[in-house]
Design a binder for this molecule. Structure first.
Ligand SMILES: NC(=O)c1ccc[n+]([C@@H]2O[C@H](COP(=O)([O-])OP(=O)(O)OC[C@H]3O[C@@H](n4cnc5c(N)ncnc54)[C@H](O)[C@@H]3O)[C@@H](O)[C@H]2O)c1
Length: 460
């Protein structure tokens, strides 16, 4: 099939490259001319394992091309996909301005019938709004070609996006006509040969499914973090508790590692947008608000424990941070917990030496921030630093040279924001180890209560 993808970021480029690999002819369009120039030369604007090789081979094979021109890039497409960013607006709603502007431009330029699939995560009703642009055109020009707007949300995860796209858990297609749904099913046939993974529904349900999915994932992360915080106070071993949770088939093993909270370009903004959408239909969404609050608290708890370690003041302290990306396998720092922590540390008077295997100094969000220095290696970040904070669970950080670490870190403490290490690993090198949900010294709270409780007060 002939496919045009508008918006060549994380989602658009992975989608374009993988569809080209599956035998389609794909044009990836972006209004950022510099990005397009680099991609034409096979240079990717971001880090994503396995993607570069596919882009290069499809470019050379002639099945993938790049363009900045909307009209010519979409001219022969049977399917046009929109993968434009939908960041948070100031009030937390999804900002769909760029998406709608682009859809309006398409309503003016598309001169053939096709399916317009919205891949961006966009609020319920966005597809209907976009469809109305084409209906308006049909009102003015009854001979105008028929463009059917469908919802086709994307579920790939950065860091393993290529695998996710090639072997999807599910492909969601929200379409109002069987014809539009069938066209999109054919597009994905190589990724779901027997059709078992394709879930077809109306457009509004497909739009909502994406938000529901991210709300479930965010809730799970905040719940496990809250449980870990309680577990620490009750002097229990959260790792053992997580094993119990993981082996319950109703719960499952994923997303059960306590840590400094979630970040990235999706979960925080999509949760905010869902809460605002709930408000607009008079739903207060108390659980979703709590999920957000618990998440924001995680970084603060980590910061508090570092500050406590230094006796209440971080003024003049030198702190190494390993990991800036919001998760391993990507260089994406959008809403990364590492940045929130670094901001708190610097505001409190500390200086930070940070290292990340994929995030480079040219990232505008990081470059030139006073108090922050980016290091070329994990070891360099620790040199002349007093303590280390681990914020991303990159493979490279899982088995460090603990002996070298112990001699570098002047104050000999590791704040393990991703619960990567076993306490005994660090204890062997006289490194102090602070984890999320760590057992708090002193008598367990519940034991105090039982001891204080008079015998006759027990129920029954
Ligand atoms: N990143 C993810 O892991 C992920 C996963 C699932 C869904 N999503 C959703 O997919 C959408 C895209 O996310 P992303 O991370 O790929 O964003 P991104 O910021 O990486 O890419 C968006 C691209 O769109 C381009 N663009 C903006 N306006 C344009 C226009 N008018 N014409 C042409 N190009 C334009 C930008 O230059 C940019 O390259 C968002 O709605 C996001 O929520 C993202």
């Amino acid at each position: 099939m002939n496919v045009a993808i508008v918006g060549t970021g994380y989602v658009g480029l992975v989608t374009g490259a993988c569809l080209a690999e599956a035998g389609h002819f794909v044009t990836c369009i972006d209004n950022n001319a510099v990005k397009i120039k680099h991609m034409r030369a096979g240079r990717l604007p971001f880090h994503e394992p396995g993607l570069q090789a596919i882009v290069l081979s499809q470019l050379h094979g002639g099945t993938l091309r790049f363009s900045t021109d909307l009209a010519s890039g979409t001219r022969q497409a049977q399917v046009v996909m929109l993968a434009i960013g939908t960041p948070s607006a100031a009030d937390g709603c999804a900002n769909v301005d760029s998406l709608l502007l682009c859809a309006k431009a398409l309503a003016d330029t598309l001169d053939h019938s096709c399916v317009l699939a919205i891949k961006s995560t966009a609020p319920v009703g966005t597809c209907e709004q976009v469809q109305s642009f084409f209906k308006a055109r049909q009102g003015l020009r009854p001979d105008a070609p028929r463009v059917e707007v469908a919802s086709n949300p994307e579920f790939l995860a950065e860091g393993r996006a290529v695998d996710d796209f090639r072997k999807p858990d599910r492909i969601v297609i929200g379409a109002e006509t069987a014809q539009a749904g069938d066209t999109l099913s054919r597009l994905y046939a190589r990724f779901d040969p027997d059709g078992q993974r394709t879930l077809r529904m109306d457009v509004r349900s497909a739009e909502f499914a994406k938000y529901a999915c991210n709300a479930m994932l965010a809730s799970r992360i905040s719940l496990v973090n809250e449980l870990a915080n309680i577990a620490g106070k009750l002097q229990t071993d959260m790792k053992a508790v997580c094993k119990v949770l993981a082996t319950d088939h109703r719960i499952g093993p994923d997303f059960l590692r306590p840590g400094a909270g979630y970040g990235g370009s999706c979960l925080p903004k999509d949760l905010r947008a869902l809460i605002r959408a709930a408000e607009q239909c008079q739903e207060s969404a108390p659980l979703l608000r709590a999920v957000e609050e618990v998440n924001q608290r995680q970084v603060r708890l980590l910061f508090d424990s570092i500050q406590r370690y230094f006796g209440g003041s971080l003024w003049g302290r030198r702190i190494a941070v390993w990991g800036l990306a919001f998760k391993p396998g990507t260089d994406d720092v959008r809403e990364a917990p590492s940045l929130a922590l670094i901001r708190l540390l610097i505001d409190a008077g500390a200086t930070v030496r940070a290292y990340d295997p994929a995030v480079c100094a040219s990232i505008p969000k990081l470059a030139g921030r006073p108090g922050l220095e980016l290091s070329r290696s994990a070891a360099q970040a620790c040199r002349h630093s007093e303590v280390l904070v681990v914020m991303t669970e990159w493979q490279e950080f899982t088995e460090p040279d603990f002996s070298a670490l112990a001699s570098s870190l002047e104050s000999g403490a590791v704040f393990d924001g991703r619960n990567l290490y076993r306490p005994e690993q660090l204890a062997r090198f006289q490194l102090r180890h602070f984890r999320i949900g760590q057992k708090v010294q002193g008598k367990p709270l519940a034991a105090h209560r039982h001891a204080a409780m008079p015998a006759h007060s027990s129920p029954g």
